[in-house]
Design a protein around this ligand. Structure first.
Ligand code: ARG
Length: 548
C-alpha cells in the first residue's frame, strides 16, 4: 500500500511525471475548486506556445491519479483542479490514527543540528528577549527532533567578561555570603557594582585588576566567579521549569567554555593572514561589511566576537554540526553576519554546513512601546508570567504566552496583551487547548456510554468531515515546512485552521447523537484530530489538557 500521509507530495510526484516540471501544487483557494490546484499548464503553455487549456487537457489525459483523485478538472484559463477521493481521505485519517509519528516524516538524511538559544547572562535575570529566544529555540528543538534529527542545544550563557571584575570586588567589599544570594539578589549586586564603577575610580581600578586575576586563575577569584554562575543557573533553571522547556544543565556551554581555544584561534588566523593587526588590535575584515570582527583588542583581551568564532569551530569540529541555528534578537544580526563570514573565510564553517541566525522582534507593551516596567527597565520574564497568570490558570497562561510568541512572523514585534492572549476564542493558544479538551471529553463520554470508537475512518460524506480529513493529511508537510524554513507561525496557523474546521464539523455533524458506522467513523475522526492537535501543541511546547 502507498504511504498516503502526504497527499501534497504524492500529487506533486505524479503530476511532475506527466508534466516534466514541478507542478507547484497549492491548496485550492475555494472548496468548489477541489482540494489542490496547479498552474503548471499555464507555465508550460508559455514555453510551448500553445493555448493553456489545450496543454491542460493534454496533461489531464496523461496524469495518472485515478487511484487518488476524482476525475481532474480544468478551470478558468487553464488551472488543473484536484479533488481527493473520499476513500483516500478516509484512509489518510485512519493511517494517521495508527501512526506513532502522527504523519510526521522522518528526515531521509538525519542531521546533527546545533541550536543556540536562551543564553541569558550571569548575575542578571532573564528578560523578554531571552524569553522569546527560549520559546522559539525550544520549538525548533522539538520540531527537528520529531523529524529524527540529532539536536544539540547550546545555551551560550554570558559567564565571562569584564563585568566579573567589579562583581567579585563588590562581593569581597560587602563580605557577601553567596550562599544566601539568589539571582534577583545577584542582579541587585550587579547594579550596585555598576554604579560604583562609574563613580569611584579606585574601585574601577581594582575591578580591572580583578579581571586580570580571574584570567590568571586566582583561586579565590575563581571561587566567587563559579558561585555567581551556579546561583545564576539555579535562577535560570527555575524559569525553565516554570516555562516547561527542554533545556537542562547539560546544554549549558557558556562563553567561558571557549577560553582555552581563543589564543589558538587568534594564532591560527593571524598565521594564515586572515586576521591582521589594526592599531594594535587583531581584526578580520570581510567583504561587504565595514566593521571588522575584533579577535583581540589592543590590551590583549578577547571578546564576544572571538568567543563566537571559536564556538562555531567547536560546533563543527567537535559536535559534528551539519546545521547551526542561532536564536538571538534581531539587533545582533550584524554580529552573526560577521561571525559567519569570518568562520567561512577561516574554513571553520565548511560550505556544506548551514549557519543561520533567526532573529525576532520585540515584545511591546499595551502602549505600543517596548515593554518595560514602570521604572523604565526591561521586564523580567517572571513578571510576564505573573501577569498572564492573573488572567488564567498556569498551563493556560503558559499556552497563551508561548502561542503569542510563536504565532506571528518572528521578525515582527508583538503586543503583550494578557487578556487577548488568554482568551479561549480567537487565534490563541488556549483556543487550541480548548479544542483538544473538547475532543477529549467527547471520547471520554463515548467510553462511559459504551459507544465504540472506530479504529478506522470509513464515512466521509459530509463536506465538513472531508475538510477535516484533508487538513489532517497536511500535518506532516506543515511540520516539514517548519523544520526547513524555521517559521513556527505556519504550524500555529495550521493548528488554528484545524481547530476551526473542527468546530464547523461539530456544528454540522452530530457525533454521539449519530448512529452505527457513521458514529464510529466520526469518533475515529475525532480521535485522529485530537492526536494531531496534541502532537502539534507539543511541538510548540504547549500542554494539551484533557479538561478545561
Ligand atoms: N548572552 C547574549 C545576550 O544576552 C546572547 C548570546 C547569544 N548566543 C551567541 N552565541 N552569541 O545578548
Amino acid at each position: 500500500m502507498l504511504p498516503m500521509l502526504s497527499l501534497n507530495s504524492l500529487l506533486s510526484t505524479r503530476v511532475a511525471a506527466a508534466a516534466g516540471v514541478d507542478p507547484e501544487m497549492r491548496p485550492a483557494t475555494k472548496p468548489q475548486f477541489g482540494h489542490f490546484q496547479s498552474n503548471v499548464a499555464l507555465r508550460l503553455a508559455k514555453s510551448e506556445g500553445q493555448p493553456p487549456r489545450v496543454v491542460a487537457q493534454r496533461l489531464v489525459e496523461r496524469i495518472d491519479l485515478a487511484d487518488v483523485c476524482e476525475p481532474l478538472e480544468i478551470a478558468g484559463p487553464g488551472f488543473i483542479n484536484f479533488r481527493i477521493r473520499n476513500d483516500v481521505l478516509a484512509r489518510v485519517a485512519t493511517d494517521l490514527l495508527a501512526d506513532p509519528d502522527t504523519g510526521i516524516d522522518r528526515a531521509a538524511k538525519p542531521q546533527t543540528v546545533v541550536i543556540d538559544y536562551s543564553a541569558p547572562n550571569v548575575a542578571k535575570q532573564m528578560h523578554v528577549g531571552h524569553l522569546r529566544s527560549t520559546i522559539i529555540g525550544d520549538c525548533f528543538n522539538r520540531v527537528l527532533s520529531a523529524q529524527g534529527h540529532r539536536v544539540i542545544p547550546q545555551n551560550h550563557i554570558g559567564d565571562w567578561g569584564r563585568q566579573f571584575g567589579m562583581l567579585v570586588e563588590q562581593v569581597l567589599d560587602e563580605r557577601l555570603d553567596l550562599d544566601t544570594l539568589d539571582l534577583a539578589g545577584a542582579e541587585e549586586l550587579y547594579l550596585r557594582a555598576n554604579k560604583r564603577l562609574a563613580a569611584d575610580e579606585v574601585f574601577a581600578e581594582r575591578a580591572r585588576d580583578r579581571v586580570v586575576l580571574l584570567q590568571a586563575g586566582d583561586p579565590e577569584t575563581l571561587g566567587i566567579w563559579r558561585r555567581l554562575i551556579q546561583l545564576s543557573q539555579e535562577g535560570f533553571n527555575a524559569t525553565y521549569a516554570r516555562l516547561g522547556v527542554l533545556l537542562t544543565d547539560a546544554d549549558v556551554a557558556g562563553e567561558s567554555m571557549y577560553n582555552d581555544l581563543l589564543p589558538q584561534v587568534c594564532a591560527d588566523l593571524e598565521s594564515r593572514g586572515i586576521a591582521t593587526l589594526d592599531d594594535g588590535a587583531l581584526v578580520v575584515f570581510v567583504d561587504g561589511l565595514d566593521v571588522p570582527a575584533i579577535l583581540r583588542n589592543k590590551n590583549g583581551g578577547y571578546g564576544y566576537d572571538t568567543t563566537d568564532v571559536a564556538a562555531v569551530r567547536y560546533r563543527v569540529d567537535t559536535l559534528g554540526a551539519d546545521r547551526i541555528i542561532y536564536v538571538v534578537g534581531t539587533p545582533q544580526a550584524l554580529h552573526f553576519q560577521l561571525i559567519f563570514a569570518v568562520a567561512r573565510k577561516a574554513g571553520y564553517l565548511p560550505d556544506d554546513v548551514e549557519a543561520i541566525h533567526i532573529g525576532f522582534g520585540q515584545v511591546l507593551g499595551p502602549d505600543g512601546k517596548k515593554f518595560s516596567t514602570r521604572e523604565g527597565t526591561a521586564v523580567h520574564l517572571d513578571d510576564l508570567l505573573d501577569e498572564a497568570e492573573r488572567h488564567a490558570a498556569r498551563p493556560i497562561a503558559l499556552a497563551a504566552l508561548k502561542y503569542a510568541d510563536l504565532s506571528s512572523q518572528l521578525q515582527k514585534d508583538y503586543t503583550f496583551d494578557a487578556e487577548r492572549m488568554t482568551a479561549t476564542i480567537g487565534n490563541t493558544g488556549p483556543y487550541l487547548q480548548y479544542a483538544h479538551a473538547r475532543l477529549s471529553r467527547i471520547l471520554r463520554n463515548a467510553a462511559e456510554q459504551g459507544v465504540p470508537v472506530g479504529a478506522r475512518v470509513t464515512v466521509l460524506d459530509a463536506p465538513e468531515e472531508q475538510a477535516l480529513a484533508l487538513l489532517l493529511s497536511r500535518f506532516g508537510e506543515t511540520v516539514a515546512d517548519v523544520a526547513e524554513n524555521l517559521q513556527p507561525h505556519k504550524l500555529c496557523t495550521y493548528l488554528y485552521d484545524l481547530a476551526t474546521a473542527l468546530s464547523v464539523f461539530y456544528e454540522q455533524c452530530p457525533v454521539l447523537k449519530s448512529e452505527g458506522a457513521v458514529r464510529e467513523s466520526r469518533l475515529a475522526l475525532c480521535a485522529a484530530t485530537r492526536k494531531v492537535l496534541a502532537r502539534g501543541l507539543d511541538l510548540l511546547g504547549i500542554e494539551a489538557p484533557e479538561n478545561m
